[in-house]
Design a protein around this ligand. Structure first.
Ligand SMILES: [Zn+2]
Length: 422
């Protein structure tokens, strides 16, 4: 059996890979595409990294792995929690597949736990010691100046300092892969680059505008990643399986749209008088509330502390909200492209923890919960936003390409590898 190599590029859209593999920025990726299958990839719903990567590594949906967002609610409360690797309810592939795995920088794998091989967790990782399995590798990684994540806060003060940090993070990630590639007798190797997502959030405009002061930097970042891809491809054999993919796509951000404002404006969401406007202070008149990015929950009686909606009423309220969101426009443009009900997109033992409805924005509209605003739309520092249906997937080395679904989704990748390994 050949080995499995998985290269992840957080947030990189199909169109950008097509662009960069065609214009010489990513020649090695271009080579990989010409020897394999190259398709758009659908992300999880919602299309945020924590949910998408949890779906990728477990081959399941949030109803099974239990992670519905960057933040989730403790069951039956309005208390927010930050789901981490301990909250993941389904098994990652490295606990199932034979042989040693080296897993570098997969988001939402902090804190690390016992496994067969090496696991270096991705964002959000807090304590270095809890981000590395086995612990004996900590000094070596520190010796490489390994960084768990770029410091995105820097971008708010100085873009140059942020990009410098982004470079150092990428360089150290590549050094870590080199060290582990050589020293571990692995069967599966997975390396994820996450600086791409950060870069695109802050500087999508630098990608689109050729005269932008950071356009050259933007291309250079992808060139560097492509060099690493080339190096990896030069070290594998023909019967190895190579997967390169993103967890969601990206596009230009024109407007942030604040879904909580819509719910407040239409009388579905209210907060306790005189208290801070936070999820903990939802008022008893609330029929529906929202968590990032656009997960709608019905404030059911018996389910939440200030629940006010009987279960029989839920469907009618969701129908009303559907009409409101379908009609929502900014500057004469529809804001919401897709509206999914829970049962359409989720299944499994943790279905009850999920939102009742999830919205996906139309092009340019970045949906956010944002409880604190007094307007429908705004714009902050970001110039790029996630997309749900325009990620990418490259697969090389499959004996039967029919193993790839017509419209592959992030949760299909594990199964694609498993079919090739039998
Ligand atoms: Zn992102």
């Amino acid at each position: 059996m050949g080995k499995t190599i998985i290269i992840g590029l957080d947030g990189v859209p199909f169109g950008m890979i097509k662009d960069f593999s065609g214009n010489g920025v990513m020649p090695n990726t271009s080579e990989l595409i010409s020897n394999g299958a190259f398709k758009p990839l659908h992300s999880s719903i919602p299309e945020v990294s924590s949910v998408a990567w949890s779906s990728m590594i477990t081959g399941t949906n949030p109803g099974s792995h239990g992670t519905y967002g960057f933040m989730d609610l403790h069951p039956n409360t309005y208390q927010m929690k930050f789901p981490n690797f301990n909250d993941l309810k389904a098994r990652p592939f490295w606990d199932e597949w034979e042989g040693k795995s080296v897993i570098i920088n997969v988001p939402s794998t902090y804190p690390v736990r016992e496994m067969n091989g090496v696991l270096i967790s991705g964002f959000v990782s807090i304590d270095f010691e809890k981000s590395v399995h086995p612990k004996s590798l900590v000094p070596q990684l520190k010796g490489l100046d390994y960084r768990l994540d770029v410091d995105a806060q820097l971008a708010h003060g100085s873009m140059d300092r942020f990009l410098e940090d982004l470079d150092k993070t990428l360089d150290a990630r590549i050094e870590a892969y080199r060290m582990l590639w050589q020293t571990i007798d692995w069967q599966t190797f997975m390396l994820v680059f996450t600086g791409t997502d950060r870069l695109m959030h802050f500087l999508w405009n630098a990608y689109e505008q050729k005269d932008h002061e950071y356009h050259g930097y933007f291309l250079e970042h992808f060139r560097k990643i492509d060099d690493a891809v080339g190096e990896i491809l030069s070290q594998i054999s023909d019967d190895d399986l190579v997967i390169m993919h993103s967890d969601h796509g990206f596009e230009r951000l024109d407007n942030d749209i604040y879904i909580a404002y819509v719910l407040m404006d239409k009388g579905y969401l209210e907060f306790k008088a005189g208290e801070d406007v936070t999820i903990n202070n939802i008022g008893s008149g609330t029929k529906a509330f929202v968590l990032d990015p656009a997960r709608i929950y019905i404030n059911y009686k018996g389910k939440y502390p200030c629940g006010s909606v009987d279960y029989e009423e839920g469907d009618a309220i969701l129908g009303e909200l559907e009409n409101i969101f379908k009609a929502l426009e900014v500057d004469g443009k529809k804001v919401v492209r897709d509206i999914y009900r829970k049962e359409q997109i989720y299944s499994g033992p943790y279905l009850d923890d999920g939102p009742e409805m999830v919205l996906i924005g139309t092009e340019g509209f970045n949906l956010k919960a944002n409880l604190k605003v007094t307007q429908l739309a705004g714009k902050a520092i970001f110039t790029g936003k996630h997309t749900q249906d325009t990620g990418f997937l490259i697969v090389k080395g499959l004996s039967d390409e029919a193993a790839i679904p017509e419209v592959p989704s992030i949760s299909d990748i594990k199964g694609i590898v498993e079919q090739s390994r039998v």
